[in-house]
Design a protein around this ligand. Sequence first.
Ligand SMILES: [Fe+2]
Ligand SMILES: [Fe+2]
Length: 152
Amino acid sequence: MSVRESLGNDHKAIEQRLDELSNAVEGASWVTILEVFRKVDRGLRAHIDGEERYLFPHFEASHPETLEELRAEHAHARKALDELMIQTELHTLRKEPIDELLGQLRAHAAKENLTLYAWADERPQGEPQNGLFEFLEERRMALRDDQPEESA
Ligand SMILES: [Fe+2]
Ligand SMILES: [Fe+2]
């Protein structure tokens, strides 16, 4: 599976969870909201941490400006998660900041498809992967674990 496909699925799952959170704040209990928020938080942080650890180092020399932009967008997303967490704990979380983050992540994902993921998929076979494959596999398994359990 290509990097674009694999991490593209991750983007879709993260967007879906954020959308779920955005709907949950309009009436679900705070227990449910906190539960959904934790999934969003865990999934998004694991995704961006992994990109920085396993993908960025390969393109630091060839594309420093783009990586700087992506890194700044990651920092922004982490900060947004910190703020949403506080709002969740204070029970003041509203729909708008969630939808705002969702919009930013969609733009970020579109940029990654054209840059980071495209470069990763163009890399010659046999070049050292340095943990990239393990990262993709880990994200794939995380997505599987994240599926709602089948009712017995
Ligand atoms: Fe990213
Ligand atoms: Fe990404």
